[in-house]
Design a protein around this ligand. Structure first.
Ligand SMILES: Cc1cc2nc3c(=O)[nH]c(=O)nc-3n(C[C@H](O)[C@H](O)[C@H](O)COP(=O)(O)OP(=O)(O)OC[C@H]3O[C@@H](n4cnc5c(N)ncnc54)[C@H](O)[C@@H]3O)c2cc1C
Length: 495
């Protein structure tokens, strides 16, 4: 136990310095608890990462937040960044299959949620799904709601097809779901994708009215927002707020094991000294804010975690910075969502310098930032075998098709590829029940809180309020802060 005496100590140890871990730490520090955050990577932030391409500092992961609830905005305001909030300058397009591609691209109709139209009879929706599809969608007005609302589990595809037919499912919902969740609507849990949808459906009497009511419940304005300078600037602000509150942040420090010894939680971390024994961090409570596989590994021996580790697709983002004045007109608005069968490998393209004003100004006229994403469940591509040239050439070819503008290697000022494994959990069918079972199991372990996207669902609008709620519940279970000295005074790095 001698080395345990030298362990760093805090009231609460937060394992995982993604946004979930950082927000939990902030909530606990605000309540007077001493906190140590342990982060495996060299910087905190997780999927809220940054990279520099063509001299521009850009988001390497998440680039916006959904405004359907106020969770992210509230955090941004609390951190004093309200003035930096920006909304997209333009709307997105969808690329459908067919040649020439330019004749099969359409501006995304105004929809309710995830492509489900709040007004299936509107001109833009009818033009997209066709008259026959629009007629089928009308059955939503009259079909009884209770049976489908009681079906368990209920996939998003089952819900949409039962209410509005296949055209709405395939032409609107499927491509949008692929872009947001990297999954098919058949595999997506309706309860996770549209929380509260069953009750709204029964109360409103139709799916169109149910999604309209969800939209109305959300704050007015654009469905997404971001921050001038990029979404990753949120991480910098949280990091600074944590430092101000005396939170210790250990980066480049992976938690290897987690054990419960009496009332204490002991985390093993690598030692810094050459040949030295493992070091430890000890807390009266622990927050696990990790991706699923890592959380399961650490919980081994502490908790029987129900269910299997979710298989999540690897996501690859290719960012091109190009000198192409023809793109100043933003031919495809803020970007393009790719429908099944369209003649490109990418699943979506963001014309970032057309979407965000701050980036347009920073890049300057003629210079454009284009981000393409690859990888969705079961797309069959062997991305591991692609070399740098293949990535760049595929991205250029796809961007040329999707933007209807010829782009060649000569236009490229710089480019980069970032891959994300397991950072975007599939909200797969039955996951809501599975997450509830995992939480129930964890509830019986005093001083343990589980948070992060694998349980809360993908996206900042889910992860941030969940992290707050879990930290709040943990704080209440702990009672008054114990006033432990964190043991080391300084933080060891940041974003
Ligand atoms: C490419 C991409 C684009 C996205 N775009 C958007 C978007 O535009 N809008 C949106 O709302 N959401 C978006 N998301 C989703 C959103 O970013 C995530 O849901 C959210 O950031 C997850 O936060 P988290 O803290 O739960 O997990 P993570 O960000 O994955 O953080 C987990 C942290 O744990 C650390 N860790 C792992 N193992 C250990 C260990 N053993 N010890 C210590 N630390 C460890 C990791 O290094 C990581 O920092 C996107 C995600 C990806 C991958």
């Amino acid at each position: 136990m001698a080395d345990r005496d030298k362990a760093k100590r805090a009231d609460v140890v937060v394992i995982g310095g993604g946004i979930a871990g950082l927000v939990s730490a902030l909530e606990l520090a605000d309540r007077g608890f001493s906190v140590i955050v342990i982060e495996a990577a060299e910087t905190v932030g997780g999927a809220l990462a940054q990279h520099t391409v063509g001299g521009l500092t850009l988001d390497a992961g998440a680039e916006s937040f959904a405004t359907r609830n106020t969770a992210t905005r509230t955090l941004i305001e609390e951190l004093g960044l309200a003035d930096a909030i920006e909304t997209p300058e333009r709307t997105a397009w969808i690329q459908y299959p067919g040649e020439p591609a330019s004749e099969h691209a359409r501006e995304l109709p105004v929809t309710g949620m995830l492509g489900i139209p709040a007004d299936p009879e509107s001109k833009s929706v009818t033009e997209t799904i066709g008259t026959a599809g629009a007629l089928l969608a009308l059955k939503d007005h009259v079909a009884p709601t209770k049976k489908i609302a009681a079906q368990r589990p209920l996939s998003l595809a089952q819900l949409v097809e039962a209410r509005m037919g296949k055209a709405v499912l395939d032409k609107l919902v499927r491509p949008i779901v692929a872009g947001v969740y990297s999954a098919e609507p058949e595999d997506l849990d309706a309860d996770l994708a549209l929380p509260g949808i069953r009750k709204r459906l029964v109360d409103a009497g139709s799916l169109a009215k149910a999604v309209a009511s969800m939209r109305q419940a959300a704050p007015a304005g654009s469905a997404v927002g971001s921050l001038k300078g990029g979404m990753h600037t949120l991480v910098k602000a949280v990091d600074a707020a944590l430092r101000e509150r005396g939170v210790t942040i250990l980066t480049d420090t992976a938690a290897h094991t987690l054990e419960r010894e009496g009332e204490e939680w002991v985390v093993t971390i690598p030692s810094r000294g050459k040949g030295a024994a493992d070091a430890h961090v000890v807390g009266n409570a622990v927050v696990l804010a990790l991706p699923e596989a890592e959380a399961r590994a650490l919980l081994n021996g502490i908790l029987e975690v129900p269910g299997e580790d979710a298989v999540t697709p690897e996501i690859h983002l290719v960012t091109l910075v190009v000198d192409k004045p023809e793109l100043d007109t933003a031919p495809r608005g803020s970007g393009v969502i790719v429908a099944e069968g369209a003649p490109v490998q990418a699943k979506a393209l963001t014309h970032a310098s057309a979407k965000w004003e701050w980036l347009r100004e920073e890049a300057g006229p003629g210079t454009h930032v284009i981000r393409l994403s690859y990888g969705k469940q079961g797309d069959g591509a062997d991305y591991a075998s692609w070399d740098a040239q293949t990535w760049r050439d595929t991205a250029l070819a796809d961007a040329s098709v999707l933007l209807d503008t010829e782009l060649t290697g000569q236009d490229v000022l710089d480019w980069d590829r970032v891959s994300w494994q397991g950072a975007q959990p599939s909200a797969r069918l039955g996951h809501a029940a599975r997450a509830a079972a995992i939480r129930e199991a964890a509830h019986g372990v005093p001083g343990l809180a589980l948070t992060g996207a694998w349980l809360a669902g993908t996206g900042l609008a889910r992860v941030i309020p969940d992290a707050r709620a879990r930290a709040e519940a943990l704080a209440e279970s702990l009672g008054a802060p114990l006033g432990e000295d964190p043991g080391i005074g300084d933080t060891l790095g940041g974003p």
